[in-house]
Design a protein around this ligand. Sequence first.
Ligand SMILES: [Zn+2]
Length: 209
Amino acid sequence: MNRCIMCDKEKSTGDLKDILFGEDPLCYRCRSKWERRNVRFRIDGISGEASYVYNDAFSECLIQFKELKDEALKDVFLFEVKDKLKRKYHGYTLLMLPSTMKKEEERGFHHLQEMFACTGLEMLEPFEKTSDMDQKLLHKPDREKMTQGIRLKPDIVLPKRILLCDDTVTTGSTLKGAIRCLDPHKHIIRIYTVSANPLWVSNRKERYG
Ligand SMILES: [Zn+2]
């Protein structure tokens, strides 16, 4: 990889650090704009962690990947942490949180699967989003089960150890919806999001302690 995938700078003519860390798809300058931080949080009693603060540089890269379907960016997000994830979550199956189905169809690729493929861990897409119309048609008890418009696809068998995965955590509401689809007595559940909204960083002690 000789050119930075974001700024297109020729890496061999750049910073000495570009030569030392040559395999990173980002050049040293672009990478240093990302704010690496081991953020820990809890959502509905489930422990979670993130590796970056969701800042402008991260956001720019994520939008380019998701909205502009720039598949070349898929290995940028977990480049620095994939080996750690591989070790730490050995034996876990990654459950990808759903985005709206329409968007996925337009995109023709599942951005989370692309992003997490470099970990080599097992992956499943067991959730689906439900439309507002589906929810109105349901009786009230069923509607309550379907918090945040997320449900398990029919006939899904989930493994024992599961890691809920997303690109970022903002309010945590999608994760809450996913957690409510799961039985905590049957599974060991953890959460991993690549980045976290700064809100989760500043409230870290209260939320985790
Ligand atoms: Zn660059």
